[in-house]
Design a protein. Structure first.
Length: 397
């Protein structure tokens, strides 16, 4: 029996549903609803504005940052929670560029999540100083790093295929060329062991609604290497990143350490939900979680490929070169995924032809993996996917 079998009981998993989409949105932790209720009824209700101090709402960004930091190999006081991932990407890129004056290139890859590229390009266009965003194939990143590059900005796990970058090697190459590195951990945090300290990573950002199960729209996080943080000038200098926010100075002075990366008012209710969600990781050995993730994904690949010759594995064959998801290509992948969802097996689709399946050992089981594989094989073999209702594109895929 899996050592994670009891963790499954911590989540709301509807009857008749096999959920293989935690890489996009984690399920509801059972404790989250009560934590949200308590925050609303026991804190906001009777305490009103005094909750900022009496209920320690103002401390949530740093406290949650430290909880996430333990999952990503970041020391206490180097990670903070708030805002959205897009905002955190913008902060990191702007700060890193300013620390490398004279260099004009931000290097990324075609496997990066589009919003990261959009935010970087928007920033570079706004600066109007001749910077360029260079996008190469994932396999070409290391060779593209040279002394013209100011910042390397990568998502560690490719959102489409699950391809896993070698964080330590790429960071070392970038540093050897004088560049800084920003790692997006959206598909890594809570899914596999990450050691930002051992990799000497400069910046890291990530969301909390995927493997960390913080709920739709849950706040993002940002990490800055401790020896760099006091050199960082926040481009988004919000009042809560000020050294003395309640002095209400008209001039901005950055706060000490990672607190300077705060921007706006913390979303207290969402942070309370995230706090409850992170309880599920207490005592979890991330190496054991990773081993179980590989076991589940390997089983899925083997069973699907044994029964279906019409799909192509889009993820790396080597499990140590992919994250905690498996992607298969199928020309009618969208329709096939809709047919699976109609059977109560939830994964998702990414254009043009990728069916994605996430494996989360905190709640997924071997039986669910086999059930999903058998259903996928049957749907493709029988042509069940070829129905008008499965071909109709929805707003969210």
């Amino acid at each position: 029996m899996s050592t994670f079998s009891t963790r499954r009981d911590l989540f709301v998993l509807p009857d008749g549903i096999t959920y293989l989409d935690g890489n996009s949105l984690g399920p509801l932790p059972k404790a989250a609803a009560e934590r949200a209720r308590a925050t609303i009824s026991d804190e906001w209700g009777p305490m009103l504005i005094t909750g900022w101090t009496r209920a320690h709402w103002m401390d949530l960004p740093g406290r949650l940052g430290d909880r996430i930091g333990r999952l990503i190999g970041a020391p206490a006081g180097s990670t903070i929670v708030g805002d959205t991932l897009s905002i955190k990407v913008y902060q990191a890129v702007a700060s890193a560029l300013e620390m490398r004056p004279g260099r004009k290139t931000v290097l990324s890859d075609s496997g990066n999540f589009p919003t990261d590229l959009y935010m970087a390009k928007g920033l570079l266009d706004s600066l109007g100083k001749g910077h360029d965003l260079k996008v190469v194939e994932p396999e070409a990143v290391s060779d593209a790093i040279d002394d013209s590059v100011a910042v390397v900005m990568l998502t560690q796990v490719d959102y489409r295929t699950g391809r896993l970058h070698d964080m330590k090697a790429i960071t070392a190459k970038a540093h050897a060329c004088g560049a800084l590195v920003i790692w997006d951990l959206a598909h890594s945090a809570g899914a596999l062991p990450v050691d930002l300290t051992a990799c000497n990573a400069d910046f890291a950002v990530g969301c909390t609604y995927k493997y960390l199960n913080g709920g739709p729209g849950a706040p993002a996080f940002i990490h800055v290497r401790p020896d760099l943080i006091d050199q960082v000038r926040p481009a988004l200098s919000g009042w809560l990143g000020h050294a003395a926010p309640f002095a209400f100075d008209l001039d901005y002075r950055p706060g000490e350490g990672i607190s300077r990366m705060r921007v706006g008012t913390p979303p207290v209710i969402q942070m309370a939900v995230l706090d409850a969600a992170l309880d599920a990781f207490e005592g979890v050995d991330m190496d054991a979680l990773r081993a179980r993730s590989i076991e589940l994904s390997e089983r899925f690949i083997a069973e699907v490929e044994a029964g279906c010759k019409d799909v192509t594995l889009a993820s790396p064959r080597d499990p140590h070169r992919r994250g905690s998801q498996v992607s298969f290509r199928f020309p009618e992948g969208y329709a096939a995924m809709q047919a699976l969802i109609a059977r109560g097996i939830i994964g998702d689709f990414r254009a043009p032809d990728i069916m994605r399946f996430g494996f989360c050992p905190l709640y997924n089981t071997s039986e669910e993996v086999s059930f999903a594989a058998t259903a996928l094989i049957d749907i493709i073999a029988t042509g069940e996917w070829d129905r008008p209702e499965f071909r109709t594109r929805k707003a969210v895929t």
